[in-house]
Design a protein around this ligand. Structure first.
Ligand code: FAD
Length: 393
């Protein structure tokens, strides 16, 4: 087998699997390499579900990406004959006393409403009394809410699997359990990717290594901080089970905290017995190779006491399962999708910061366009690495 390719993708999680599929579909000779066997539970793309929403509170620049992703997720579903995206409706609630900053935005809810108005996203604004009437599952006090009709969830493992399978079907080579140890671009003739099994050569390389991205960018590694996050599955009290099943219960994001500790979010039940909920922490950083994977019962109890109790009275304090996962966060909490500072044959793609999955289908397409045409149809300039030029060593 030849070790020469048009493009090599390093990392086959949300971003890398999408790039492999989109490149292979366009006839590009692509090799995807991952140190594990995706989909796996060691990075950022596991844990049953990921929220997808249209009016992006993180900023307007994300809306074209997510709207295109909705189309692509449906295309991939058709081609792979798999159910990947389920619409449930989504409620973003915010306490009037909240001083929280959500994904870098102190005005997350207002920004979502502005985006909904600008991009004609179907939505409603609910006052506290409306929320109580429509969703008595939430113990609201002074909240107002934005309800979005097309919010839903993606099944991350199936999304990655489907894109890798389709990529292979279109001719991509996919190597798993093979670690990329270095990327050399000294010569003029292409880029060399050295792995635990050999050396491969390509015109272009896309680094989509998630929480490990800093390993390939020594001068910028400090810009990508990794934080351990925990997802919990709490039991629904027996007499409340149907109230937490779709369509009775929406996906929710509840903002009430201070600073980066914004509140919590959750999903309707998928198994009829428990709901998945999570908060976010940005106080202690982690090393992706040495992160504590297990979740302690003290963490489970704290999650119940600090977030669930009093807010979701139909949910019991019994935690059926919990799993840790990794966020990769830049100084302004926004993505980095740009060429390498020293070599424009290498593209860095990091849809990190805890909200990247929903956009990954369109990011994969944009990366394929950048590789093949030199430019993507969707404007990615907001995600340029150059915005941190004063911080690059
Ligand atoms: C708890 C949690 C909840 C989230 N909720 C949401 C949500 O509701 N909605 C949403 O849109 N987003 C959400 N996100 C964010 C989203 O999941 C991430 O932005 C996205 O999964 C990141 O994808 P990625 O491809 O960058 O990283 P990953 O999917 O982690 O992929 C990186 C890949 O690179 C591989 N790799 C690393 N180093 C090497 C190497 N040296 N050689 C070969 N391979 C390598 C890894 O094995 C891995 O497979 C959440 C994240 C977490 C952790």
């Amino acid at each position: 087998m030849s070790n020469k390719f048009d493009t090599i993708i390093v990392g086959l999680g949300a971003t890398g699997s999408a790039a492999v599929y989109q490149l292979a579909k366009r006839g590009n000779q692509v090799l995807g390499v991952d140190r594990f066997s995706p989909p796996h539970a060691n990075g950022s793309s596991h844990g049953e579900s990921r929220i997808i929403r249209q009016a992006i509170g993180e900023g307007e620049a994300y809306v074209p990406l997510v709207l295109r992703s909705y189309e692509l997720w449906r295309e991939i579903e058709r081609e792979a004959r798999a159910e990947l995206l389920t619409i449930t409706g989504g409620l973003t609630l915010e306490s009037q006393k909240s001083e929280a900053v959500m994904h870098g935005r102190p005005d997350f809810l207002d920004q979502a409403i502005r985006c909904a108005e600008k991009f004609n996203v179907r939505h409603q604004i609910l006052e506290t009394s409306d929320i109580r009437k429509r969703y008595p599952q939430f113990g609201v006090t002074d909240e107002r809410a934005y309800f979005e009709c097309e919010t839903g969830f993606l099944r991350p493992g199936l999304c990655i699997q489907a894109q890798l399978d389709l990529g292979r079907k279109h001719g991509a080579a996919v190597h798993t359990d093979e670690i990329v140890v270095s990327i050399d671009s000294d010569g003029d003739s292409g880029v060399t990717v050295n792995t635990s099994r050999g050396a491969y050569f390509a015109e272009k390389v896309v680094i989509a290594a998630g929480s490990w991205i800093g390993r390939f960018l020594p001068s910028c590694a400090h810009l990508f901080k990794v934080y351990r996050q925990v997802m919990y599955w709490f039991e629904i009290r027996e007499d409340h089970r149907s109230a937490f099943a779709p369509p009775n219960f929406p996906i929710f994001i509840w903002i009430f905290g201070k600073g980066g500790e914004f509140g919590f979010y959750g999903f309707p039940t998928l198994d009829g017995k428990s709901i998945k909920i999570a908060t976010e922490q940005f106080t202690s950083t982690a090393d992706p190779d040495h992160v504590q994977r297990a979740v302690s019962s003290a963490e489970e109890q704290a999650m119940y006491k600090d977030y669930v109790e009093g807010r979701l009275p139909g949910i019991s304090d019994r935690c059926d399962a919990a799993a840790s996962c990794l966020y990769t966060v830049t100084p302004d909490s926004n993505f980095v999708i740009d060429v390498h500072p020293n070599d424009d044959r290498i593209i860095i793609a990091s849809p990190c910061s805890g909200h990247g999955f929903k956009h990954s289908a369109a990011i994969g397409e944009a990366l394929a366009e950048q590789v093949i045409d030199g430019k993507s149809k969707i404007d990615l300039s907001s995600f340029s690495l150059k915005r941190f030029k004063d911080l690059i060593l």
